[in-house]
Write a protein that binds this ligand. Structure first.
Ligand SMILES: Cc1cc2nc3c(=O)[nH]c(=O)nc-3n(C[C@H](O)[C@H](O)[C@H](O)COP(=O)(O)OP(=O)(O)OC[C@H]3O[C@@H](n4cnc5c(N)ncnc54)[C@H](O)[C@@H]3O)c2cc1C
Length: 375
């Protein structure tokens, strides 16, 4: 079959990858010269730790797919680095203790470590904390390298073409397939069209699928100069417990009630996540903003908070911050939905809305759609 995939982020690329893997021909269209949406702005975390119990099996399958893809496409920079969530208060420690005695603790590879044990695994963590919740199944990919690396691999199949600077304007079902008209007046005929527009919920997406049950969420991020040593795991602070459904329980209710989150973190709905890039710099974030119109500039106070918390955990000054940016993702408003996958016409599908887990789940969402469409 011939597929046209609209959108060059991880969802579009993972859908292309699944279709190519099943022997089909794919044309992928991206409106920018290079994808510059949520995918290239994220941490690259393949995050198992805090996923809801109902999503765990799917998440682990996606992580497995990332690992397999990493074997074939080293350029994505897959590392089974694991993560360390560092707890700093008794209420956070109680959540971590409940987590390691929970039913899925061994499946997720959780263990609770004393500070000296934390430093055995991640010697860069020389700062102040009560304990570390180690998750051995969390992993990392290089967000800014993954898309071109995957495209290079698919191009070698001889069945894949990527058109950059190509906005899809209309998609018309022809009865036996569909045709896409781009901004340059070119037509692309397909047996199936899959639209993965990210947070572009208006325009073509709305014309095809109406008002989807999704919202947009904006996050602030930054990156430092090289750390000068290895940060062997991703790190997180106890605020992450507040945002991931996998930690739900009475201990988390008590943490939420104790008002210990800093005023800045509470105002900007912050958590600390930190990943070392292959080049040695640290990607740090994040904030969560839900109400539009979003700010067009970045706010400095969340960055001061992130620097303070990270320096407390590392026990020394961070290298200079060299980049700051914001990103927007598309999130399904149905908390039980993992993404929003809509059949817009007989041969046209729209897939978006994976929220803050789209990088993690990209490969499995591509495979799921391929199964659904009998590719
Ligand atoms: C700051 C930040 C940090 C995150 N961290 C993580 C993380 O660590 N782990 C994780 O699992 N998830 C993370 N996420 C979520 C994850 O990045 C997203 O869920 C995921 O990247 C969404 O991929 P996508 O392909 O749907 O969207 P995008 O990456 O936004 O790609 C959509 C693409 O479609 C293109 N497009 C839209 N309309 C058209 C059109 N008409 N024609 C042609 N092209 C079109 C756009 O230009 C864009 O390039 C994070 C998100 C953000 C913003």
């Amino acid at each position: 079959m011939r597929l046209v995939i609209i959108g060059g982020g991880i969802l579009g690329t993972a859908h292309a990858f699944a279709a190519i893997g099943r022997g089909h021909e794919v044309v992928q269209l991206e409106r920018e010269p290079e994808a510059r949406g949520a995918t290239v702005r994220n941490f690259g975390l393949v995050w198992v730790s805090g996923r809801a119990p109902g999503e765990l099996a799917l998440t682990l399958r996606s992580r497995q797919l990332w690992e397999e893809i990493g074997g074939r496409v080293p350029g994505i920079g897959f590392r089974p680095a694991g993560s360390m969530t560092l707890v700093r208060t008794p209420a956070e420690l109680a959540v971590a203790e409940a987590t390691v005695s929970g039913p899925s603790a061994s499946t997720r590879g959780f263990e609770l470590l004393a500070p000296d044990e934390v430093r055995t695994i991640n010697p860069a963590l020389r700062g102040t904390f009560l304990a570390g919740l180690h998750c051995s199944t969390d992993a990392v990919v290089e967000s800014r390298q993954a898309l071109p690396a995957l495209r290079g691999y698919m191009t070698a199949s001889g069945r894949y073409t990527f058109h950059a600077s190509t906005e899809a304007r209309t998609v018309t079902d022809t009865g036996s397939g569909a045709t896409v008209l781009d901004e340059h007046g070119r037509h692309f005929d397909a047996d199936l069209v899959v639209v993965c527009p990210g947070a572009a919920h208006g325009g073509l997406t709305r014309e095809l699928a109406g008002a989807l049950p999704v919202r947009r969420v904006r996050l602030q991020m930054m990156q430092t100069a090289p750390l000068g040593e290895t940060l062997s795991t991703a790190i997180a602070d106890g605020d992450t417990f507040r945002y991931y459904p996998g930690y739900a329980g009475p201990e988390l209710d008590r943490l939420d009630a104790d008002q210990s989150q800093s005023a800045t973190a509470a105002r900007h709905r912050m958590q600390l996540l930190c990943v070392q890039r292959l080049g040695g710099g640290l990607t740090l974030g994040d904030t969560h903003e839900y109400e539009e119109p979003f700010a067009f500039d970045v706010d400095e106070s969340p960055y001061e908070h992130l620097v303070g918390v990270t320096e407390e955990l590392l026990g020394h000054r961070l290298p200079q911050v060299i980049r700051r940016w914001a990103g927007v993702y598309s999130q399904s408003v149905d908390p039980t939905a993992i993404s929003t996958r809509v059949q817009a016409d007989d041969h046209v599908w729209v897939v978006t809305g994976p929220g803050g887990r789209g990088m993690t789940l990209g490969p499995i969402l591509g495979e799921e759609t391929a199964d659904l469409l009998n590719l």
